[in-house]
Design a protein around this ligand. Sequence first.
Ligand code: F6R
Length: 605
Amino acid sequence: MCGIIGYTGYNYAQNILLEGLSQLEYRGYDSAGIALLTKDNQISVHKCTGRVASLIDLCSLDEVDSCCGVGHTRWATHGGVTKQNAHPHTCGKVSLIHNGIIENYYEIIEEYHLADKLVSETDTEVVAALLDTLYESDPIVAIKETVSKLNGSFAFCIMFTDQPGLIYSIRNVSPLVAALAKSGSYIASDLTALIPYSKEYFIVPEYHIITLSKTDITIQDLNGKFILPEILTVNWDIEAAMKNGYPHFMLKEIFEQPDAIHKTIAPRIKNMLPDFTDDSIPNSLFLNCTKLSIVACGTAMHAGMVAKTMIEPLLRVPVTVSIASEFRYEEPLIDKNTLVITVSQSGETIDTLEALRLAKRLHGRTISIVNVKGSSIARESDYVLYTHAGPEIAVASTKAYTVQLAALYLLGCKAALVNDCYSVTQANQFIKNLIDVTDNVKLLLEHTELIQSVAKYLTGATDAFFIGRGLDYTLSLEGALKLKEISYIHAEAYAAGELKHGTIALISEGTPVVALATQTKVYSKVISNIREVKARGAYVILLSCDESITDSSICNLHIPLPKTDDLFTVFESAVVLQLIAYYTSANKGLDVDKPRNLAKSVTVE
Ligand code: F6R
């Protein structure tokens, strides 16, 4: 949440900052701003509410001669969406940008009598005022003292008017990456902003002070000891973070799924069996587990729900799925025989990260399924199984979800094999089915016309229901989330058998119901449930593998799915549900990639 960029070097900073903010906008898009340190040691600030495009317009009126500056795109926490609350915040000699939340900002205002210095309602401006109060002549001393007073999460980029050409930075929890290139030094919330300038980067370590100059980046801990960073190399190209002809990132990312799934599973399959040797994950991790506990948020949590439904009957051990923000406060039953699996695209979701930390304190064995290399959750887990989806820019998660499913399926198969719940032959067949997913999804993506006609119907709807049983129910949860978050249509998912216990009262003439019927063992049951809603006037959109369905008493529209093993239909269903949401939102003319009130990578609790 919130995008941060800083640059100091040989080129004009303004354009670099604005380009960086355009790349980072998916992290927050309430307001945006830049601060430039001019050659005569003045801070020039431009900021406005709304999108980065408005900031670009504003800045085009006034090109500032500066090679050092910081930029920010905001997702509001403290204080409304106003120009005054937009970052950067300047106080005296200090100008800074911030991602995170300072929990004790009010106490700081009181203790240091800062109220008269403040013009905004933000926690961030309090830090600028505190830093300015504590600053005499040594930025390092003042930053150290300032952060020692702060409770909460933060990533700051700071400039001082009397420190020309220098940007200081420090973080706790909130992510930052940095890179030194020939053209200067760069720092940003994530790689998408750095990649045009450097393929080599490092993750800014927590509670270390970073000093960026045009020729150098130094890192020192709070005792003044300098360290060298671990340099990483980006394994994707700038092209991956561009739309490449697609109208929206979301559509592009939906179409990237066959490739993303292939890249995630292929390196972990040897002799048609799951193999985690290159991930340094030992088989012993899966032995003597009395419980599996999956913890995640939102879409990642929904991937966990699918995994539970798949893994529990296979291993015959309890598998729980927890919403990370609840897990932290429900005194979870975790011990050394519990395998705690955290799932996260960004690897920075604060609730998931804190849940992981709790699981470790309770001596759970931890493994994470994460997309972003070197992210906090990946680094803090005992083991990590990276997904290889590449950058996901659309706020609504799509390819990250299906690769999470693929990784969880591999993990389930591995655990079954290690615990003799699967024979080698069974595991071979499972892996074959998983490999086939790539082609099945590819095939499905060749014909989206029918799905587009479903979206036409949904475009005028105010409510929609998603129903299914077993794996199809877990998919329904994700289908409903996708539709509501980008189309603003109220959508709910229900276990199909549960409707008659209350929800069916909401069905009236024309109510759209997306029904999933891909699971053989509950097929006839779910068809009965579908008939029940159809009889009450629902407009039924059916997803099933039964090509012969023509019966208008069952559905109004049938989307046939390729016939596969029941466990593997989830991948195709997921893609159809994503496309339904996408086309509905696009038909409504909404900002598909940046839905209102949301932002990518939720680093606030
Ligand atoms: C919905 C969506 C969110 C994320 C959730 C967790 O489309 O993207 O629900 O899945 O915020 O994010 P990560 O996976 O980064 O932990």
